[in-house]
Design a protein around this ligand. Structure first.
Ligand code: RP5
Length: 183
């Protein structure tokens, strides 16, 4: 699996893809490959990926995010795009740049930011899972653990109850004359 990104500034987002793959035990590499600043490297990476044994490419980029689309144009491997949240437009520019590919060269586009990076890794694992049974089982186990975590903590107010108990122990957080919010 290859995880590429347009800038080292994208790492804060893309590390979530890398961590998720690590949790699943999926071998991967991470590289900065910029569509605008290192276009020759981008072509080389995309052209050689298949012969190097890469099976899916996750590409994250922000702003005028050409990296996923240009990578997809130079390989027939599946390319999953992660729109990195930009400062100016909060990632909407990245999302549209990645999602709105013309017909003929697809990029599987995920959500903006951390959720997209995590889901890109999970979707990439699902794609690989069709061929590699151990990855499919790792994914199944990830889902079971996630479900168990939710079922183990059904009451979202449990934390609030603990806070109330702390208050009665001495530290009042809300002044007595404060108005209560209606439900
Ligand atoms: C894009 O430009 C990168 O993917 C990054 O999200 C954005 C800004 O890059 P830096 O100026 O922080 O290197 O190519």
């Amino acid at each position: 699996m290859g995880i590429i990104m347009g800038s080292s500034s994208d790492w804060g987002t893309m590390e979530h893809a890398a961590r998720t793959l690590q949790d699943l035990g999926v071998a991967h590499e991470t590289r900065v490959v910029s569509a605008h600043r290192t276009p020759d490297l981008l072509f080389k990476y995309a052209l050689e990926a298949e012969s190097r044994g890469i099976e899916v490419i996750i590409a994250g980029a922000g702003g005028a995010a050409h990296l996923p689309g240009m990578t997809a144009s130079k390989t027939v491997l599946p390319v999953l795009g992660v729109p990195v949240e930009s400062k100016a437009l909060h990632g909407l520019d990245s999302l549209l740049s990645i999602a709105q590919m013309p017909g003929g060269v697809p990029v599987g586009t995920l959500a903006i930011g951390k959720a997209g990076a995590i889901n890109a890794a999970l979707l990439a694992a699902a794609i690989l899972g069709a061929k590699h049974a151990e990855i499919r089982e790792a994914l199944r186990s990830f889902r079971s653990r996630q479900t168990a975590r939710v079922l183990e903590s059904p009451n979202p107010a449990a934390g609030a109850v603990r806070l109330e108990q702390a208050d009665t122990a001495g530290a009042k957080r809300v002044p007595k004359n404060a108005k209560r919010k209606s439900a």
